[in-house]
Design a protein around this ligand. Structure first.
Ligand code: NAP
Length: 331
């Protein structure tokens, strides 16, 4: 707890003090209309990106964010594109639009959009929401944007994970057949499958870390793509809206602002020292060790299983996914 509190109050560097210009570069940030994504977009807008695309599910909120960022930073290169990562068809449409209008290469993709759903709820495609949005939607978009990332000279893929992945109870239970399907049942077959929103969110964030490590291992050596996960720290945001009053009071005492938390995301996306550190987990603007489970033998087995199952699930709804894997990744 002491370490957690010390870290929460750490002073983190402003991207404008160390980051190179983003001139000529295309950057996409998902869930950038509010919270950590919005504040990250504001930081990156000050670095003069060629294009800064806010990929958001609600076009009105996204346009309001564009206006606010343009006014506060003076950047005219900010635009809003519609994207709902809980919907396969929306992810596909987004990638197809980028293929036509994106200019060929993508320099930075920040996958920040996420939910913390305390109740059993489903995405339009029928997946439990925490897993469907935070893991499946995030992985789907990463797969679809991979060909464009691989066209850029020093691309980055940043997935916003969380320190709560350390608190996943009995993570070794994730290493079993049909992990994704078993987390999606209406009627639990055992205690692990019973719905606990907090644990489901923590599992989804463990999946982010495992999946990013799996992807990083499969990037061909001919590409400089750096894949990282980042924990922004505990921040006050609308993610807390459906959480218990106890957690919200705790947050009011110790949580960071989203502006401070967003510095960690911007760091993962643009800090020169991160280039080439592929597969790492970042926290407080530096490399950190992920959970004991993630780096254990059982963690490695779960990572491989999660990779295969994710590919299988996404391949059934989007044939482009296995094609991209076959064409662009190593086995
Ligand atoms: N806050 C924290 O303490 C904390 C700590 C660790 C990690 N994180 C992670 O940081 C990320 C951002 O969280 P935040 O705290 O900034 O929360 P937030 O303020 O609730 O922002 C979440 C963003 O994700 C978007 N989003 C949700 N579902 C989406 C979907 N299906 N498609 C597209 N966009 C979607 C939201 O859009 P709408 O506005 O339309 O809902 C919003 O823009 C999340 O991945 C979260 O897990 C947060």
């Amino acid at each position: 707890m002491l370490k957690f509190l010390q870290e929460q109050y750490r002073t983190l560097p402003l991207p404008s003090t160390y980051a190179p210009s983003l001139a000529g570069k295309t950057v996409i940030i998902t869930g950038a209309n509010v919270g950590l994504g919005f504040e990250t977009a504001k930081h990156l807008a000050t670095l003069h990106p060629g294009r800064l695309i806010l990929a958001c599910r609600d076009p009105k909120k996204a346009q309001a964010a564009v206006r606010e960022i343009q006014q506060s930073t003076g950047s005219k290169r900010v635009e809003a594109w519609q994207l709902d990562i809980s919907s396969n068809s929306s992810v596909k449409a987004f990638a197809e639009k980028f293929a036509k209008e994106g200019g060929g290469k993508l320099d930075v993709l920040i996958e920040n959009a996420g939910v913390n759903s305390p109740k059993m709820d489903r995405t339009p495609d029928g997946w439990e929401k925490n897993i469907g949005v935070n893991h499946l939607g995030t992985s789907h978009l990463a797969f679809r944007m991979l060909p464009f990332l691989l066209q850029a000279p020093q691309p980055r893929l940043v997935i916003v994970a969380s320190a709560v992945h350390y608190f996943t109870k009995q993570p070794e239970l994730m290493n079993r057949a049909d992990l994704l399907q078993s987390l999606n049942k209406d009627k639990p077959a055992n205690k692990f499958e019973g719905f606990d929103g907090t644990q489901r969110y923590n599992i989804s964030k463990t999946m982010n870390v495992l999946w990013a490590r799996a992807l990083a291992k499969r990037i061909p050596s001919s590409s400089a793509l750096t894949v990282t996960t980042v924990a922004p720290g505990f921040c006050i945001s609308s993610l807390l809206r459906d959480q218990s009053i106890r957690l919200r009071i705790f947050a009011s005492l110790v949580a960071r602002t989203t502006e401070v938390g967003s510095r960690t995301i911007a760091h993962a996306a643009v800090a020169p020292e991160v280039q080439g550190k592929t597969g790492v987990y970042l926290s407080n603007c530096e490399e950190a060790e992920p959970s004991d489970f993630v780096i254990s033998k059982a963690g490695a087995e779960t990572e491989a299983k999660l990779w295969d199952e994710t590919l299988d699930v996404l391949g059934k709804v989007d044939p482009e996914v296995p094609r991209i894997v076959q064409t662009h990744l190593c086995n």
